[in-house]
Structures are given as C-alpha cells and as structure tokens.
Ligand binder design. Sequence first.
Ligand code: GDP
Ligand code: MN
Length: 387
Amino acid sequence: MKIHEFQAKEIFRRHGIHVPRGSLARTPEEAREAALALPGDGWVVKAQILAGGRGKAGGILLASTPDEVESHARRLLGAPLVTSQTGPRGRPVRAVLVEERVDVIQEIYAGVTVDRSEGRAVLLVSSAGGMEVEEVARSHPQSLFREKLESDGTLHPFQARRVTFAMGVPKEALPEMQGVLQHLCRLFYEEDCSLAEINPLIIAGDGRVLALDAKINFEDNAAFRHPDWESMKDPDEEDPLEREASRHGLNYIKLDGNIGCLVNGAGLAMATMDMIKVVGGEPANFLDVGGGASEEAVSHAFRILLSDPKVKVVLINIFGGIMRCDVIARGVVRAAAELGMEVPMVVRLEGTNAEEGRRLLADSGLRLIVAEGMREAAQRAVELGGR
Ligand code: GDP
Ligand code: MN
C-alpha cells in the first residue's frame, strides 16, 4: 500500500525526522491561506499523487508570493498529472502540499527496502540526491552505498558514520544526518514498510537537515496489525477491480495483457501466466480464486475478469483437489448466464470431478473450447486473443 507524501511526512515527524514546515490544501484559497500562515518569503506547491517523478513533470512548483501559490495550486488541482511513473492518463491531483521554500546546500538519496537475495532490509544511500534511484543505479553505481540492517531494524552507529563520511557530509551536520538514517531504519521496521525513502534528504542553507520528499510503501501482509492504515487509504488511487476482488477474498492483480485468467492456487496461477508468456501471449491479470473457493467466489471472479475491457479471451485453468471441478463449472455457467458472455473461453479442467465439470460446460451452450493440458490451453487462448 502506498501513501501520499504528506502522510509519510507525518510519520517521519513522529520518528524524529525533520521535514519542511507546511500544510495540506484542497482548494487554491486554502493554498493561499497555508502560505500566509508559513514564515518566509518563498513557498513550494507540491501535487499529492501516489507516484514519483513529479518534479520533472511540473508537479512541484516554486512560488514567491501567496498569489503565486494560489495560482499554482489552481493549475495543479485542475488537471491530472502525468509523470514518468503514472502512465499516459496520469493521476488526479486532489490536494497540494504547501511548504516553506528552503535553500538546498547538499542533496542526498536515502532509502530502506528489502533485499530479497540477502533476506534482509538494506539502507541505500547515494550522493546523487534528487535523481531516481533506479537511474542512479544504472548511471552512477559507484555513488551508491549499502548497509544491511539488523533483523530488528537497527542501523549501528558505525554504519551510519561510514555512509555519511562516504557522502562527504560536512562535520557540523554529521550527527544529525546519522540520526536521520538511524530513525529511517527504525521507522521502516516499526511501521512495517516495504519501502521508506527520502529523496532528497538535504542540508539546508540554515544548517537544518530536512527530508524534502517522503515516500512510504507499507507491506500489505502486515495490515492486520495496523488498523490505522485503513484511514490513510486513498480510494481514488485504488484500482476499482482490485478493491472489488479483495472484498470477496480473491487474490487479483490487474495486468496489461488481454488473456483473462481464472485459476485456483497461486502456484498454478503463476505457472499459467508463465505458460501464456511462453506461447507468446500476455495475461490480463493474476487471479487466484483460492484452494477451496465456492461457486459464489468463482462467479464474482468471473464478473471481475469480464469487467476489464481489455480481456478478449478467458482462460480457465483448474486443478480440482479440494476444489471440485463441477463447482467451478457451475460458477462459470452461472456468471456467464448473468453477464452475457461475449468473449470466448478456453477451459482446462483436471482432477476431482473433472468429467462432470466438462460435461456441465459442454451442455451449457456457452462458446468455449475444452483444452487438454496447460500448453494447449494457453496456445488456444493466444490464438483467440488475436495477438
Ligand atoms: P518528486 O520529483 O516526485 O520526487 O518530488 P520531490 O519532492 O523530490 O521534488 C522534486 C525536486 O524539487 C527536489 O528534488 C528538489 O530539487 C526540488 N524541491 C522541492 N522542494 C524544494 C525546496 O523547498 N527548495 C528547493 N530549492 N528545491 C525544492
Ligand atoms: Mn523525490
């Protein structure tokens, strides 16, 4: 789960990481009020969307008067913002963060994430602050430093010193900079993040060490111990189909292809997606209806698949173990009848009650192809998908 910059900065503050003074505005007038309430003679107006790359895309605007703050806010709030991370349709800007403008002496990148090959969290630090870290890793890999965290989120003082020395942080700012890195690691662990990033972390003209930007992704598997996350969710930003699926306890992730997949079991779902790729197709989604899904759940799953306009063919791949193939077949027939199926279907059923399942489908009058084996099923789907 992603949260907005202003929300992430709230969490930073609680963990002792300083951020510029500022407040959130949902209208141009509120933005002006926010500017008048802040000390100083310069402001930054920042579009709040759940994607990065805002600076380059014109989503971060500098202002010298409250009037200018207001007009910048009017411009940002009026249109979706398209950045390198949003896709061509961009994201709606429902709020802007108005902050004091600070002079930047030095910019650093600092981020904590999980290194899966190490099986632990790592702190990444780079002197190329402000640039996207993927870009830094490509073009300036020598400027990137890594420190492994202890399994309880501890970054040892010697590690904090090592990276800040490598960054060439001036002596006066060293203790505070080291503190920020340690706080960031602690925050990552305590708040159950999958990413906690400051880009840029800066030394300001007046000597303050500030997180100018803030990005936090939460680890969804920890949601059960963070009831407060619910209130931080932005309904605008969620995919409506994914939200619908999670309401019905389905594991559904939307993808860009045109072959809708209905599969039971995460492993089989992944194998199915692999097979589609092998035979030259693109899956429209990952969908695991679960090991023991009901007819009801299958019917919901079907509805979700078919409401994606990109889906040109549906591939059903079921191995009936706990899940019985006749139950799947009934769910499919029911949903198809209710929804009026317009796309062709390829079905591969094996396991418990497969014969009965196939018979139910064959007798249903639906437009479908029964395939033998996964490869054949995937091939037929690709042919019908018209890629
Ligand atoms: P992102 O592009 O979505 O990552 O948005 P950021 O919050 O990182 O802002 C983009 C860039 O705007 C930063 O890298 C800074 O260089 C610049 N910026 C943001 N706030 C300030 C500020 O108060 N003063 C100055 N001088 N630059 C700022
Ligand atoms: Mn940034």
